[in-house]
Design a protein around this ligand. Sequence first.
Ligand SMILES: [Zn+2]
Length: 284
Amino acid sequence: MKRKLLLGALAAALALGAVTWPPEWSRPFAAHRVIGNVYYVGTYDLACFLIVTPQGDILINTGLPDSAPMIRRSMADLGFKLEDVRWLLTTQAHFDHAAGMAEVKRLSGARVLASQGDAVLLEDGGKSDYHFGPDYYYAPVKVDQRIGDGEKLRLGGVELTAYLHPGHTQGSMSYGLTVKEGGKEYRVLIANMGSINPGVKLVGNTRYPGIAEDYARTFERQKALACDIFLSSHASQYGMHRKYTPGAAYDPERFVDPAGYRRAVEAAESAYRRQLAEERAGKR
Ligand SMILES: [Zn+2]
């Protein structure tokens, strides 16, 4: 998330029109098939991914507080039902990806699975976030299961690997799965990029003492992680609008972009190194 939002007074503020966010966060966007059983059900920029299985569906990220009707509509457009969501996951427990989770959980009855770090935020609505807490928060949601780094999550023939990629939040996670399509295997990665929110300190951060080391390790691990299909928490981070125009026919090759993934990781790492050097030199 980028902008300062007074989420504590969200309902009242919304009524007064006082809370704003970038319009592309809430602008509706065409639900579409990414590859195989992986679908996009997010907004113009806030990515929500649906993984469909015969034993229920997995929804990764839920977007803003009022996103449930939008997700329901996007799923219906693709022929799926919100009530069939069985697991809810998030790439990072910031409000632009997790504020809708409590409502989606209530409507679907799905179980929430999260890393220990993000579970803390989900359960206190982000109040303990090292940067945005306690002023900016969202509806808390009970986490049903803690998941660890490298853990394999199996549902309906899908094996999803969870990767702990901390920094952006202390419990940020990426998810990988292999999809077979047209006789080929595609390694799909929903990567939480190591971007740094404005105002976050890497040096002397008393609320997150290991932040610089966590980011560094995340970049190393992401560089060692190969993928064919690159997806991320924000559509802009994986160039979705360059790759897909609403109405375009399904093409399993559409989002194949291993080089784009490497470039995105390298760009985030460069920004991190630049900021670290500037902070150490006392320039910021
Ligand atoms: Zn964020």
